[in-house]
Design a protein around this ligand. Structure first.
Ligand code: P1T
Length: 395
């Protein structure tokens, strides 16, 4: 199919959309892989007469393909791509004016906490944090002040708490706030927040969407044409856009997203069950994974997620033991980030969430002995064996 032939991909299943939407054969050459348009500018027939593109910060055909793909995966009318997840979040933050406030779920990526408490705060934009897993607490926070936006992650990073997206959206909307859902941890295969009432979905495409730990990128999707116009204006005005090559890498990753997410889940569940047994033996303090039947978030997760995802965290008995455990792992790389084909392990208190003051971290359960795992797509028995030997060596 030629790429000006706008097929309505929404009639198809997720995997079909992931392979085809935005990635139709090139209309000029038939190229089956989306061409990488490495150009900053475009020849104009006469001043102001273009073929739809004038300058690559404003628009680029490879980026446009990615934006169409992301929109289709989130069943959204509009998609926009950015140079990082933080660039996408910061561009959304630029919708706020001095004096406005944003309410954010209290267990959130450290960079999101940092940009609102240390950057947007300089422009008198207020940020408050709330345990949005508790709807009564969320409701009274929403009523206490006017918030332009509620920003939530579900499951949260790194405690894997699940927030009721549909009910949060109802509460926010009835109190005059719009809802942004950071869908990075699940990917659009596992959860579609716009269908649950969210106004904006944001992604760090660095993670599951690209899937191979080789780029930094971000994306936004919405059905609201005013929000889309405002964000598109900011995308060009602020200029935090991805390179065409990075867009192409995300497009390539997206084609196998469904396959990878099924395997990430299968492996994460096996690891969580293994760690749960260690907890029963008293060798681990707690394990956070919504796929475990005794997780307090299990029923809600089963209702609003296609599967329980590839992320889990657990608390060991001491920081020393936690550090030693990570050092003894052979297949899990000690590294920040998540969502790649390879398994990663990290200590949020020292690594991804170090920007959150210690007292606040501890109050959220992000203690020095908390370990977070991003489960890769390796053979699950090899991963379990690796955990077993590292636990033994660290105890
Ligand atoms: O790293 P970047 O592409 O800018 O994305 C930021 C971001 C946004 N939202 C969530 C939920 C995230 O987890 C991240 C980045 N997170 C990590 C690097 C991490 O290891 O948790």
């Amino acid at each position: 199919m030629a790429n000006d032939d706008r097929e309505d991909w929404n009639r198809y299943g997720f995997s079909t959309k992931a392979v085809h939407a935005g990635q139709e054969p090139d209309i000029l050459t038939g190229s089956v892989s989306v061409p990488i348009y490495l150009t900053s500018t475009y020849a104009q027939e006469s001043p102001g007469v273009t073929k739809g593109f004038e300058y690559s910060r404003t628009g680029n055909p490879t980026r446009q393909a990615l934006e169409r793909s992301i929109a289709s995966l989130e069943s959204a009318k509009f998609g926009l791509a950015f140079s990082s997840g933080m660039a996408a979040i910061s561009t959304i933050g630029n919708l706020l004016r001095s004096g406005d406030r944003i309410l954010i779920c209290d267990d959130t990526y450290g960079g999101t906490y940092r940009v609102f408490t240390r950057v947007f705060s300089k422009f008198s934009i207020g940020a408050d944090f709330v345990d949005a897993t508790r709807l009564d607490v969320l409701e009274s926070a929403l009523k206490s002040k006017h918030y332009s936006f509620l920003l939530i992650e579900s499951p949260t990073n790194p405690m894997l708490k699940v927030i009721d997206i549909e009910k949060s959206c109802e509460l926010a909307h009835s109190n005059g706030s719009k809802v942004i859902v950071d869908n990075t941890f699940t990917s659009p295969y596992v959860s579609n927040p716009l269908a649950m009432g969210a106004d904006i979905v944001v992604h760090s495409t660095t993670k599951y969407l690209a899937g191979h730990s080789d780029i930094i990128g971000g994306a936004v999707a919405t059905n609201d044409s005013q929000l889309h116009q405002d964000l598109k204006f900011l995308q060009n005005a602020v200029g935090a856009v991805p390179s065409p090559f990075d867009c192409w890498l995300v497009l390539r990753g997206i084609r196998t997203l469904a396959l990878r997410m099924d395997r990430h889940f299968e492996n994460a569940l096996a690891l969580a069950q293994f760690i749960q047994k260690l907890k029963e033996e008293g060798r681990v303090k707690s394990v956070n994974y919504p796929g475990l039947p005794d997780s307090p978030f299990h029923n809600l997760a089963a209702k609003q997620m296609r599967n329980f995802g590839g992320m889990l965290s657990f608390e060991m008995n001491s920081k020393k033991q936690a550090v030693s455990f990570t050092q003894h792992l052979k297949l899990f790389t000690i590294a920040e980030s998540l969502g790649g084909v390879e398994s990663l392990v990290e200590l949020p208190a020292i690594m991804t969430h170090a920007s959150i003051p210690e007292q606040e971290r501890n109050a959220k359960g992000v203690t020095d002995s908390l370990i977070r795992i991003s489960t890769g797509v390796e053979d699950k028995q090899d991963l379990i064996n690796d955990l077993r030997q590292a636990f033994k060596a660290a105890s």
